[in-house]
Write a protein of this length. Structure first.
Length: 119
């Protein structure tokens, strides 16, 4: 099991930016996918973005359509972290954001961090 710790959530106004970071507390296997889901009040958890790497080389990124062009996901194998740069935030981005990792051990989740976008 891999334990994950998220940081970077907060309260911002529409159009502003936030950067979320997720760090694994234990070293991860060389081939993993890390990314983010989010869950708004009264809604199901939905996929946001993910990055996949193998032996330190990123080979794939993907995003849900609603964040393309605004969010950017990146990963660092050397320190087992994944980040989500969120620009031009909108009220509909308000949610609890959950980091996850897919590895040979299965899928593990972080506890979540709140992002609130309101004027």
């Amino acid at each position: 099991q891999v334990q994950l710790v998220e940081s970077g959530g907060g309260l911002v106004q529409p159009g502003e930016s936030l950067r979320l970071t997720c760090a694994a507390t234990t070293h991860t296997p060389s081939s993993v996918t890390m990314g983010w889901f989010r869950q708004a009040p009264g809604k199901e958890r939905e996929f946001v973005a993910q990055v996949s790497w193998n032996a330190g080389t990123i080979y794939h990124r993907s995003y849900t359509d609603s964040v393309k062009g605004r969010f950017a996901v990146s990963g660092e194998y050397t320190n087992d972290t994944v980040s989500l740069q969120m620009n031009n935030l909108k009220p509909e981005d308000t949610a609890v954001y959950y980091c996850y990792i897919d590895s040979v051990f299965g899928r593990d989740w972080g506890p979540g961090t709140q992002v609130t976008v309101t004027s």
